[in-house]
Design a protein around this ligand. Structure first.
Ligand code: HEC
Ligand code: HEC
Ligand code: HEC
Ligand code: HEC
Ligand code: HEC
Ligand code: HEC
Length: 434
């Protein structure tokens, strides 16, 4: 009886070992894990060494959740400057207060900050309520990835998928979660293995000390572990099949999570209307056409009448402008293809963000005034909304009695910690869901 028990323990132990081995293989497959064994960074090489995995993932999430609408990792300018070489230009001691509140750095008269601000046409960078640890992770991530991005950019390889940098953003959070789960499972397996080994050794010793053991039982007890049996053993093969299934399931899950995420979507419109021309070159205010954007829930797509304010005189002969005329004559609206579209279950209000919070359009839409064709820059997922609410400081409603009171109470309760949207209820389900 006991001998059999020991035998089972042994089989189980082999099975667990096989599982552990399979996990190791799977972990090596995931690119985010490949750096786990990277040597710890030392001094000058700090900028290019890959940060610790946990730090890397944290930095990645922060970067993708908050910065990609305005910054590229390479040297390309999006709204703000590209991040390549940032640690060469500025040190961490400068970067941290800048990311927390760039306006304060500018106001302090820092020459570099003022020059940069003017160079970028006084575009205000959003403030972020990150703590020191988050800032370190973020900056380490940027320092490392910006070099990778530059290397990729310099190598003239055609980008097979044509993926925009943002398109991978969404998988970042979920695969971080998955990796955590894997880590926990791994740990549990190691624990089980340890317990099994302990049981085997106790049982062996106990059985060996018994004199009246049957001969065949003794044989079983002292049997050596046969490695060859590993490949024919059913539990081992079953385990491998199980892992295989899990990997496939994860792939399926990842693609399911991306269903409905339309980042990068830029449909061709019925009229070749250019924001670059109208909002960029001619500097027509966004609110002139999107009449609801500071006042209401919806930004509103302009009707043909608004176009006519100008195009009853401008470029009448152009075939594109003639399409506007045709629409009016036929009394049919221009059939613009909708780019941004939240599902019906979510409530989003423009005025709350543009007017009350004072956010610039580019926080969520990128630099529309430089686009010939409008493209959806942000993922528009719930995680994206929530991330910004966790991290954005409510700071624009100055001289408003309601906010002044709120800020006063906040200050009393939390000291000088900045007040984020989360703390005024921006994570409550009912605020965003009907
Ligand atoms: C709304 C757009 C916007 C967002 C979002 C944004 N930035 Fe910026 N950032 C800018 C602009 C514009 C500048 C140039 C200076 C200016 O005009 O204030 C800048 C400048 C910088 C600089 C200085 C660059 C240099 O070359 O010296 C750093 C570093 C930086 N941003 C980091 C970040 C990080 C990190 C995030 C995300 C946590 C972020 N930014 C989010 C717009 C943005
Ligand atoms: C002259 C009128 C006009 C001005 C000025 C203008 N827009 Fe537009 N906008 C349009 C029209 C027409 C469309 C629909 C066609 C298209 O998507 O290009 C549109 C579409 C958009 C969309 C995509 C809407 C969707 O379907 O999801 C966004 C975002 C947007 N505009 C933002 C801006 C921002 C930001 C500015 C200011 C920098 C601006 N617009 C200035 C006319 C204008
Ligand atoms: C405030 C004035 C103004 C408004 C409003 C306006 N436009 Fe324009 N639009 C212009 C100017 C100026 C040009 C450039 C004309 C030129 O190149 O000489 C232009 C050019 C264009 C062109 C390019 C024509 C060509 O063949 O080069 C298109 C298409 C166009 N507009 C569509 C629209 C549409 C659609 C709307 C309404 C959503 C609109 N515009 C609203 C001023 C305006
Ligand atoms: C906080 C993020 C955020 C900011 C800031 C923002 N938008 Fe939007 N915008 C969105 C979202 C989310 C949608 C999709 C709304 C929906 O589908 O209900 C959207 C949709 C739009 C649309 C499509 C029509 C509509 O209302 O559904 C236009 C046009 C637009 N935005 C223009 C602007 C302009 C112009 C500004 C700046 C004055 C601006 N947005 C600022 C997030 C933002
Ligand atoms: C760029 C950052 C940013 C993004 C992205 C963003 N928000 Fe906000 N949101 C804010 C800020 C800042 C406020 C605070 C406004 C104020 O001062 O009341 C706010 C406030 C709100 C409020 C009111 C909360 C309250 O308690 O009064 C709602 C509802 C809301 N946002 C919904 C959304 C939804 C839905 C999305 C995603 C589609 C979204 N937001 C994306 C920055 C953001
Ligand atoms: C800041 C705004 C915001 C808050 C707060 C918020 N949600 Fe959402 N939620 C959204 C948006 C936007 C979507 C649509 C996302 C998309 O289309 O991918 C969404 C989608 C969902 C979905 C559908 C999931 C899917 O993939 O279609 C569920 C369920 C949901 N939210 C539940 C909740 C619950 C429960 C809470 C409270 C704990 C909550 N939400 C809080 C903005 C919010």
């Amino acid at each position: 009886m006991l001998a059999q028990c020991r035998n089972y323990c042994q089989k189980l132990a082999i099975f667990t070992l096989a599982l552990l081995f399979a996990f190791r293989l799977q972990a090596q497959d995931t690119p985010t894990d490949s750096g786990a064994t990277a040597a710890p960074d030392g001094g000058a090489a700090a900028a290019s060494a890959k940060p610790d995995e946990a730090i890397y993932n944290k930095g990645k999430a922060l970067w993708e959740g908050n910065c990609t609408t305005c910054h590229a990792l390479s040297d390309e300018v999006v709204v703000g400057p590209g991040m390549y070489g940032i640690l060469g230009r500025r040190d961490k001691a400068w970067l941290k207060p800048w990311i927390k509140n760039s306006q304060a750095v500018i106001a302090s008269g820092d020459a570099y900050a003022v020059a940069l601000y003017n160079k970028y046409n006084q575009t205000v960078m959003t403030s972020f309520a990150f703590n020191d640890e988050e800032l370190d992770a973020l900056i380490d991530y940027i320092a490392y990835e910006s070099e990778v991005a530059m290397k990729q950019k310099d190598a003239p390889v055609a980008d097979a998928g044509g993926a925009t940098p943002g398109q991978v953003a969404n998988t970042g959070a979920s695969s971080g979660y998955f990796n955590l789960l894997l880590g926990i499972l791994f740990f549990v397996l190691v624990l089980i293995l340890a317990v099994l080994l302990l049981m085997i050794s106790i049982l062996s010793r106990f059985l060996n000390s018994k004199e009246d053991l049957a001969e065949e039982d003794k044989e079983v007890v002292n049997q050596r572990i046969n490695l060859g049996s590993l490949f024919t053993s059913r539990p081992v093969l079953g385990g491998v099949a199980l892992i295989f299934l899990l990997v496939i399931l994860k792939g399926g899950w990842d693609s399911l999570v991306d269903v409905g995420v339309q980042q990068g979507y830029a449909p061709t419109q019925p009229i070749a209307f250019s924001h670059k021309l109208h909002a960029g070159e001619y500097q027509i205010d966004c609110g002139y056409c999107h009449t609801g954007v500071y006042k209401g829930k919806s930004a509103v797509i302009p009707s043909a009448n608004i176009c006519m304010n100008c195009h009853n005189q401008v470029k009448i002969g152009s075939p594109e402008i003639q399409k506007i005329y045709k629409a009016i004559e036929n009394n049919r609206p221009i059939e613009w293809v909708r780019v941004h579209n939240l599902p019906d279950l979510a409530y989003f209000n423009h005025a709350q963000h543009t007017n009350v919070a004072g956010l610039a359009c580019e926080n969520c839409h990128g630099k529309i005034e430089e686009m010939e064709v409008v493209q959806q820059r942000a993922p528009l997922t719930m995680g994206w909304c929530i991330n910004c609410h966790r991290q954005t400081v409510v700071e624009h409603a100055k001289d408003n009695a309601y906010y002044d009171r709120l800020l006063e109470y906040h200050g009393k309760m939390r000291g000088n910690e900045p007040m984020t949207v989360e703390q005024i209820g921006g994570l409550e389900c009912s605020k965003c869901h009907y």
